[in-house]
Design a protein around this ligand. Structure first.
Ligand SMILES: O=P(O)(O)OC[C@H]1O[C@H](OP(=O)(O)OP(=O)(O)O)[C@H](O)[C@@H]1O
Ligand SMILES: O=c1cc[nH]c(=O)[nH]1
Ligand SMILES: [Mg+2]
Length: 213
């Protein structure tokens, strides 16, 4: 798996505000969107394009457009939904599939509770959105799900990753033998005893949408 840590002063600045526990929900939501747009710029460097002929007001020329089939963006509910608009701002013609996953906070195992994806993902460039890669159970489960549907080109975009989660994803992808890139704003220190990223930003879903229960 290729790991890309996006280093840019604006990314670091926005991430610091996001981490701050005093940052209020509306600001948190907006910052998640802004950060995703910056990360997506790097994450889509390899998006497939094809040549197209156009006419400028001056002359005919050759340009490029996104190739078909359109890229598929897959936010992992809930928290990944907060990243969708920021991603679509950069790539408005992408299609969107949904995966709902919740981590059991006792066992830290992921449970898939919703799915709305194309049946066959072969030949599609898939962009998976989830702000947090902690133990790697959820993102690993999502990647496995996509590969089971035929996905052969996957890019994951996360705001924060823990070394433990990266390691787990690396092992999974080595077994699956599918090319994958992970784009993150930062790799944090570690997980705490509850499986939370340290220093992290807390529970991304709760900070975006409020307490789930
Ligand atoms: O790497 P892991 O240990 O699996 O943890 C990361 C997962 O935890 C969060 O989701 P959560 O389960 O809290 O669901 P939510 O988005 O509905 O809050 C986060 O958005 C990831 O999906
Ligand atoms: O730090 C963490 C770990 C899992 N899920 C979150 O939302 N935050
Ligand atoms: Mg949550």
């Amino acid at each position: 798996m290729e790991l890309c840590v996006v280093t840019h002063p604006l990314v670091d600045h926005k991430l610091t505000v996001l981490r701050n526990k005093h940052t209020e929900q509306p600001v948190f939501r907006r910052l998640v969107e802004e950060l995703v747009t910056l990360l997506a710029y790097e994450a889509t460097r390899g998006v497939r394009i094809t040549e197209t002929r156009i006419e400028t007001p001056v002359t005919a020329t050759t340009g490029v457009k996104l190739a078909q089939p359109a890229p598929l963006v897959v936010p992992i509910l809930r928290a990944g939904l907060g990243m969708l608009d920021g991603m679509l701002r950069l790539m408005p013609t992408a299609e969107v599939g949904f995966l709902g996953m919740i981590r059991d906070e006792e066992t830290l195992q992921p449970v898939t509770y919703a799915e709305r994806l194309p049946k066959d993902l072969s030949g599609r460039q898939c962009y998976v959105l989830d702000p947090m890669l902690a133990t790697g159970g959820s993102l690993g489960g999502a990647v496995q799900y996509l590969v089971d549907r035929g996905a052969d080109d996957i890019t994951c975009i996360c705001l924060l990753a823990a070394p433990e989660g990266i390691e787990k994803l690396n092992r999974l992808l080595a077994d699956l033998d599918v090319p994958c890139t992970l784009v993150v704003a930062a790799v944090d220190e570690r997980l705490n005893e509850h499986g939370y990223i340290v220093p992290g930003l807390g529970d991304a879903g709760d900070r975006l949408y409020g307490l789930a229960d």
